[in-house]
Design a protein around this ligand. Structure first.
Ligand SMILES: [Zn+2]
Length: 261
């Protein structure tokens, strides 16, 4: 028996349909379920690799990190845990990269960091990314994932909505091009600010996008539509412009960047 045959085949269970998928196939298929098409979470680095020209990423603001300014219970421990787990110092990776040869300012959220919530660092990183795009007159691609604004940073987190929205407004005024890519889940202040301010807003299939989460909304209404806060429903109601499969996202960005050149 060879060494390979001795090794058990690792499987991943789909979060949506419970199908067992062997890990190699899961990774090869970009963490999209073969049976139901559910798009599972990607890390910021995995998504970066998927979208940009290989080797073209220059990271900026890597040294920004959150502090526990409100002395919120257990927040420093949670930050330390997620820094160790993700290898990131904050919930977002940002910099400049080429996409199909087009230099682009890009920022990508990582859902593994304090539940993908937006703290003050995400606001600062998004704002600096927008300002960098403006300074260099290059297009902007922001990939959102967010569990809402971070309660451990209170008002400091909430303020990031106004700050990023103001930066988006300044950017739009200059007529530079912003593509907002929305991934599952994107909620709260991100949806209510920079995520919704793109010239083009693209979501992955099935992505849950909203302001208040479905449990909070369900407490106010008896019944919610089946596709409530799903990308497909938001497309039908004009909130987003397109739904694009993960495997096609890079090609779509390249076409849009070429169009806007
Ligand atoms: Zn599935």
């Amino acid at each position: 028996m060879t060494k390979e045959m001795d090794e058990p085949i690792k499987t991943v269970v789909c979060r949506n349909c419970n199908a067992a998928i062997d890990e190699e196939t899961f990774v090869t298929h970009l963490k999209v379920c073969d049976s139901c098409g559910h798009h599972h979470y990607l890390t910021a680095h995995e998504r970066l690799e998927l979208l940009i020209d290989a080797g073209s990423f220059e990271e900026h603001d890597a040294d920004l990190y959150s502090i526990d300014s409100l002395e919120f219970p257990e927040y420093p421990q949670k930050l330390a845990r997620d820094i160790a787990k993700t290898g990131l110092r904050s919930e977002m990776l940002s910099g400049i990269a080429n996409i199909g040869g087009h230099p682009t300012a890009i920022a990508i959220g990582d859902v593994r960091f304090i539940g993908g919530t937006c703290g003050s660092v995400i606001g600062e990183k998004v704002t600096r990314c927008i300002e960098r795009a403006l300074e260099n007159r290059v297009p902007l691609v922001l990939v959102s994932v967010s569990g809402g604004m971070r309660m451990q940073e209170g008002t400091l987190a909430l303020m990031q909505m106004a700050k990023t929205a103001a930066a988006c407004a300044a950017y739009a005024k200059e007529g530079v091009f912003y593509i907002s890519v929305v991934t599952d889940p994107t909620f709260g202040g991100a949806t209510a600010s920079y995520t919704s301010l793109g010239d083009v807003i693209i979501a992955e299939p099935g992505a849950r996008i909203g302001f208040a989460g479905p449990l909070a909304v369900a407490s106010l209404r008896e019944e919610l539509p089946e596709d409530f806060q799903k990308a497909e429903s938001l497309l039908a109601h004009g909130f987003i412009d397109a739904i694009v499969h993960r495997a096609e996202m890079r090609r779509m960005l390249m076409e849009l960047l070429e169009f806007a050149r």
